[in-house]
Design a protein around this ligand. Structure first.
Ligand SMILES: Cc1cc2nc3c(=O)[nH]c(=O)nc-3n(C[C@H](O)[C@H](O)[C@H](O)COP(=O)(O)O)c2cc1C
Length: 330
């Protein structure tokens, strides 16, 4: 019996197996963030044969002010939807499901890319890049919530099977979640519930835009692994609230540490985080990080460390990884 080959169904989406390709920025978009032939070819190659049940498209900026880098994909304008449809069509044609990850970089953005001063929850340095942003006003926070909402609506219009809200790796929503960067004294700061108020408002706005039966995923940087940063205890509280707010799948990664924790290099290195979160929620949880062996994926699933397994760099390097993995189990 194989755990990886087991299908999984949740809110109007059925995944044929437990293998997920996590979002990985290709930086192959056109200058304005529009989809390029290079991107279409890349995702065609990765999804060929439909061996990966779910492909999460790389983080895409919801507004130019939140663009993280040159070459990043955009979901910031209605006129991009027709092009994005080509991407969902290719992946569906190959037999996989696909969702888009939507993001605002916050203080991780730079003026040289966006043309604007970077913004964040508070005017304190981003520990990853030591960049001090301008503190967002409540009005600006409301605008960003609307931008997430519009972006999610475009993702649905473009034919994707769901949308993923990015709150990991030190970007804007991670900056709100982390006490290292959120020093606000209004209702968007303070304890964990204050620091995830913006998340809950975005989830509600996105739900209003996409309807009841469209899957919403949230990628949570569940620990900063830094003194004074977020811990698994904060993330358990947040995960319970996200489930109540009707997030359908939680995708777990690191916070300000990025997608690798310090000093750990084993297969599924975020398993202590997913295991802790799985204990407090009943929605599916994705574990990604360091997994290159199909046996490790099987073992992590068999031990209930997660419900779905993300394999990133191994698939990035070898487009046949998924085919070989799935065939080895049949
Ligand atoms: C080149 C590259 C780009 C990435 N871009 C994103 C991204 O856009 N959004 C995101 O949430 N994670 C991103 N990640 C993190 C991956 O989704 C994944 O969590 C990480 O690679 C660890 O998994 P792995 O060991 O299987 O590669 C990126 C990783 C790499 C290597």
């Amino acid at each position: 019996m194989s755990y990886l080959l087991e299908p999984l169904s949740t809110n109007n989406i059925t995944l044929k197996n437990r293998l997920v390709m996590p979002p990985m920025a290709t930086r192959k978009s056109k200058k304005d963030g529009r989809i390029s032939k290079n991107i279409l070819d890349y995702y065609d190659e990765k999804s060929r044969g439909g061996y990966i049940s779910l492909i999460i498209i790389e983080h895409s900026f919801i507004t130019k002010r939140g663009k993280a880098s040159e070459g990043q994909l955009s979901v910031a304008d209605d006129n991009l939807v027709e092009d994005l449809k080509k991407l969902s069509n290719i992946i569906h044609g190959n037999g996989s499901k696909t969702v888009m990850q939507i993001n605002h970089a916050g203080s991780a953005a730079s003026k040289s890319v966006t043309g604007y001063e970077p913004v964040g929850p508070s005017a304190v340095a981003n520990p990853r890049i030591s960049n001090v942003p301008k503190e967002l006003t409540e009005k600006e926070i409301r605008d960003i919530i609307e931008e997430f909402k519009s972006a999610a609506h475009r993702v649905k219009e473009a034919g994707f099977d769901g949308v993923e809200i990015h709150s990991a790796h030190g970007y804007l929503l991670n900056q709100f979640f982390s006490p290292l960067t959120n020093k606000r004294t209004d209702e968007y700061g303070g304890d964990v519930l204050g620091r995830i108020k913006i998340h809950l408002e975005i989830i509600k706005a996105v739900r209003d835009a996409v309807g009841e039966d469209f899957p919403i995923l949230l990628r949570l940087g569940a620990s900063d692994y830094m003194k004074g940063g977020t811990t698994i205890e904060d993330s358990k509280i947040a995960a319970i609230e996200f489930e109540k707010a009707r997030v359908d799948i939680l995708d777990i990664s690191g916070g300000f540490c990025g997608y690798t924790p310090p000093d750990v290099n084993k297969q599924g290195y975020f398993a202590p985080l997913t295991q802790g979160i799985k204990k407090v929620v009943s929605i599916p949880v994705i574990l990604t990080g360091g997994i290159t062996e199909v046996d490790s994926a099987e073992k992590l699933l068999s031990e209930s460390k997660a419900d779905l397994i993300g394999v990133g760099r191994a698939i990035y390097k070898d487009s046949k990884w998924a085919e070989k993995a799935i065939k080895s189990l049949k």
